[in-house]
Design a protein around this ligand. Sequence first.
Ligand code: 1J1
Ligand code: MG
Length: 264
Amino acid sequence: MALLTPQDLENLSTQLEENDEIIKRVTGLDIRGICEDLYGTKPDSQKVGIIPITSGNGIISTFTSSLLFIVEYFGFEGFVTEHPDVTGYYEAVSQGADIIMMADDHIFTAHNLRNEKIVSNHVATGVIYADIASRFTEANSKDILVIGLGRVGYAGASHLMKKGFNVYACDPNREFLQKAVGELGIKPYCSDDRKKFSMVFEATPNADTISEGMIEERCLVSTPGIPCGLPPEIGKKYRVDLVMEPLVIGVASMLYSVLQNGNS
Ligand code: 1J1
Ligand code: MG
């Protein structure tokens, strides 16, 4: 997983506003509206306990404070525990947290202690970015391209298959690609196919994964990937609408997702 840096989290609220505006323009719904529609949930005064975790590379300054900002922005109550790790966990539960949020270098999770729902940031992020791409009101078909089939890309591809899209996907890792073909039924995409897409969901930790041959003019690219897979000059030339933001959209998806009752 690509670890965030404090620089990625600078201007979080500006990045949020800019992306919310683009998302509203290209899908007709803002982030909140997409989350409500995607999961059929709404916050109802749940309290989110956010715990700093010191293991591995340790605390990322502004990570937990950014989470608190996001939690409150979407209408939840929240608090960051005074202590990290197990002591922080004890503190969060003792103070009545309904939902626990915490991250080490491998997993970032939200756990709803009331209904036992748990989700990882990988899955929640993949689902919502794929969903945003799939809602492009100007799309000319149900064909959608998924670039990268790691944990985020796989979750998004799976979501798109369930939604009934024609999912094409690529990953340089043949095992990942074969797994997605076998388990999900996606169509492998190869740039020699000369097929162009108006909806692209990109989920790689690499730059320049999107080339001219893959995209239609005025297409939508939705990506949580840092660095961005879309080279700026191609974005400009093809007048691409780009949804890309480091933390808020994925966290919103995590929060609304663990409010769901039952399986799905
Ligand atoms: C570590 C988070 C690492 C990421 C979304 O508590 C702390 O301050 C640290 N242990 C947090 N995970 O950077 C992921 C989350 C994108 N990258
Ligand atoms: Mg990328």
